[in-house]
Design a protein around this ligand. Structure first.
Ligand code: AMP
Length: 401
């Protein structure tokens, strides 16, 4: 007999993840992803009972088409699960200054998510498409849709961390400040670390690194996030797949004044043509390639070094922000969970802070579960597979209990 289930949508700019979960028993019945939206040969893969299936969708597939296809798969193949879906949770990337915690979605909330698209143009509009599709295809659950915000986790950051040193009125009037992103993932892995370390969450001092297509790092003191690398938008901070992360704002003026680029061009360069992709001279944004070619290609060597150096600087800074009192550091996300070389290169620069990686544990890539990779009696270094869907499902159900 199945419990009530939650359908979760995570609509990104070029992919849509979906899952059906029982958040009380931590059980994921179905999960899947549509990839390569708007490119050639988009496809959907989904997994149920350890059985993975794939369907090719075609070229230039839009969000609308992909969502319709996901719903069709769920309705036609998994009718038994559909009847148990009682709530629908949506990842929403940017809540701005108004949406500060998970919320049941109505028209006003959709308008607020829309308003915040200005801060997350690649994400919020896609999140809304997921919400609208859910309301259309599950009309009986129209009032059971919940927005779980990536920005909520940062709500209690201190002023010194969220204010930019620009005219204060720009903050007061237009709310220009650091909001952060990836909060759902940082929340999940820090909670998981608290259990693994046997330290209560409100006493936990930890640094979490979410390193995937997007990348961000947070410092958490006594269970509260006190700083994070992403800013007003998810463009600031670490080196990412195609995003630049931190740069001198004058680079923008130079591109505009000297190179004659429009603001839209510059936004595109910094968002879609920079980061790993930019350093790899447009060859790839796939970190697996960078790792494979590290010893044989100058480009890959250079890219890896910029990536790890930037990350190690942030880790040092956040160790200072935590007054050197650090219970652990966590790596998660596609790169953080899988790239042993990246972890080794980053932390080898930081032995003076007490990080000593155990090479055997670090390179044991067969183990896909949460694991410690530090030497005995040194600061815990933990690899934790993230589980944003579970947090979204739990938050969603929580609002109706
Ligand atoms: P995510 O956004 O969390 O799905 O992560 C995507 C990133 O993780 C891409 O840059 C992938 O190249 C990278 N990635 C995935 N698997 C691996 C792996 N086994 N080794 C290194 N990087 C990986």
């Amino acid at each position: 007999m199945l419990n009530d289930l939650v359908l979760v949508f995570n609509c990104g700019s070029s992919s849509i993840k979906f899952s059906i979960l029982d958040p009380i028993n931590y059980k994921k019945y179905l999960f899947g992803i549509v990839e390569r939206l708007y490119l050639s040969e988009a496809y959907v893969t989904w997994c149920i009972n350890n059985n993975t299936q794939i369907k090719i969708l075609g070229n230039n597939i839009t969000h609308h088409q992909a969502l319709k296809c996901i719903i069709e798969i769920i309705f036609t193949k998994y009718d038994d699960l559909v009847s148990k879906i009682k709530y629908i949770g949506h990842r929403v990337v940017h809540g701005g200054n108004e949406l500060i915690q998970s919320v049941i979605i109505d028209d006003t909330i959709i308008q607020k998510i829309q308003k915040n698209s200005v801060f997350a143009p690649l994400h919020n509009p896609m999140n809304i498409l997921g919400i609208q599709a859910s309301m259309q295809y599950f009309p009986d659950l129209k009032e059971k849709n919940v927005a779980v915000l990536d920005t909520s986790f940062y709500h209690f950051m201190p002023e010194c961390a969220y204010l930019y040193a620009i005219p204060y009125k720009l903050y007061k009037k237009y709310h220009i400040r650091r909001y952060g992103a990836h909060g759902i993932s940082h929340f999940y892995v820090s909670k998981k670390a608290s259990r693994l370390l046997n330290i209560s969450f409100n006493h936990l001092n930890i640094i979490t690194c979410h390193l995937g297509g997007g990348a961000s790092i947070t410092a958490i003191r006594n269970g509260v996030c006190i700083d994070t690398s992403m800013g007003l938008t998810p463009l600031e901070g670490l080196v990412m797949g195609t995003r630049s992360g931190d740069i001198d704002p004058s680079v923008v003026f130079f591109m505009h004044d000297v190179l004659g680029k429009s603001i839209a061009d510059i936004q595109n360069i910094l968002t879609n043509e920079s980061g790993i992709f930019g350093l790899m001279q447009g060859l790839t944004s796939d970190f697996r390639y960078v790792e494979q070619k590290y010893y044989s290609s100058l480009q890959a060597y250079r890219t890896m070094n910029v990536f790890c150096y930037r990350l190690s600087k942030y880790i040092s800074a956040y160790t200072a922000a935590l007054y050197g009192k650090l219970d652990a550091i966590v790596f998660t996300g596609g790169i953080g969970e899988n790239s042993a070389l990246m972890r080794a290169l980053t932390l080898s620069k930081l032995e003076f802070l007490g990080f000593k990686i155990d090479n055997n544990l670090n390179y044991n890539l067969d183990n896909k579960k949460s694991r410690f990779i530090n030497k005995e009696n040194t600061t815990p270094i933990i690899v934790i597979p993230t589980n944003e869907e579970l947090v979204i499902a739990q938050e969603t159900m929580q609002l109706f209990l």
